[in-house]
Ligand binder design. Structure first.
Ligand code: SAM
Length: 229
């Protein structure tokens, strides 16, 4: 459990959110104790923590742009099974002075290296071209039949109606026709929503679980998308 000053990954309960997503990975993405797992934008190990107690022969790899989170995780997880990479990629919200563009970034893993990939609250902070590139790279490193569990704010009939009625927890702007909408035009990376059709055109989507951000009941806060490699 990282100290409070290092918890830059969201306002929710760190332990409960990690445990919640371990359940989603098992129930929705076919995670098994022997699965090899990639955690894109792994932050401060919110998902790595429950995986450390769950994976047996499976290996874990995560990368992020924040040196504090990566340094903390490297010191605490067994290096033979848990690998954490720091990459100095630019993100206006999380790493404004980063040297590298995420658009040119090839994930540092071989093709077909993982059974399950997870992106929790990551594409919600990426611009459209970056998101598209990350989805493609994730599919490259997943084995055929592998699963991606990614969280999104999806724009569809339900969420657009909720946005019109002011029922959502986040007020996205210009969402009617857009492929991508943001909550703060001055800092787009604060929160980004994607049109559900745009996502389906880029991923082999097998399941969507609408989230409570829409002002309705849901399995999680953000929408969960399960896609197949
Ligand atoms: C809201 S936090 C979520 C962290 C983690 N996925 C979790 O659920 O605890 C968003 C994370 O995305 C990372 N991030 C931002 N831009 C990134 C990029 N281009 N590549 C990888 N990670 C990025 C941030 O540093 C931050 O750790």
């Amino acid at each position: 459990m990282p100290p409070r000053r290092l918890q830059f990954v969201g306002a929710g309960d760190f332990l409960a959110t990690g445990d919640e997503f371990l359940g989603h990975l098992v129930d929705l993405a076919g995670l098994e104790p022997r699965s090899d797992v990639l955690d894109v934008g792994c932050g401060i190990g919110r998902i790595a923590r429950p995986l450390a107690g769950y994976l047996t022969t499976g290996r874990y790899a995560g990368f992020d742009v924040d040196p504090r989170g990566i340094a903390w995780c490297r010191e605490r997880y067994p290096a033979d099974r848990f690998r954490f990479d720091l990459v100095d990629l630019r993100n206006a919200r999380y790493n404004p002075d980063g040297r590298l563009s995420p658009l040119d970034f090839r994930f540092p893993y071989d093709d077909d290296a993982f059974d399950v990939a997870i992106m929790t609250s990551v594409v919600t902070h990426l611009q459209a071209a970056e998101c598209e590139h990350y989805l493609r790279e994730t599919m490259r490193v997943l084995r055929p039949g592998g699963r991606l569990l990614a969280t999104f704010f999806l724009l569809d009939d339900g969420s657009r109606a909720a946005l019109r009625a002011g029922r959502t927890t986040i007020p996205f702007h210009d969402f009617e026709e857009a492929e991508m909408a943001v909550s703060d035009p001055r800092l787009p990376e604060e929160a980004v929503a994607y049109d559900a059709r745009w996502v389906r055109e880029r991923l082999d989507v097998r399941r969507i679980e609408p989230g409570t951000w829409r002002g309705t009941d849901g399995r999680s806060y953000q929408d969960i998308v399960i896609a197949c490699a």
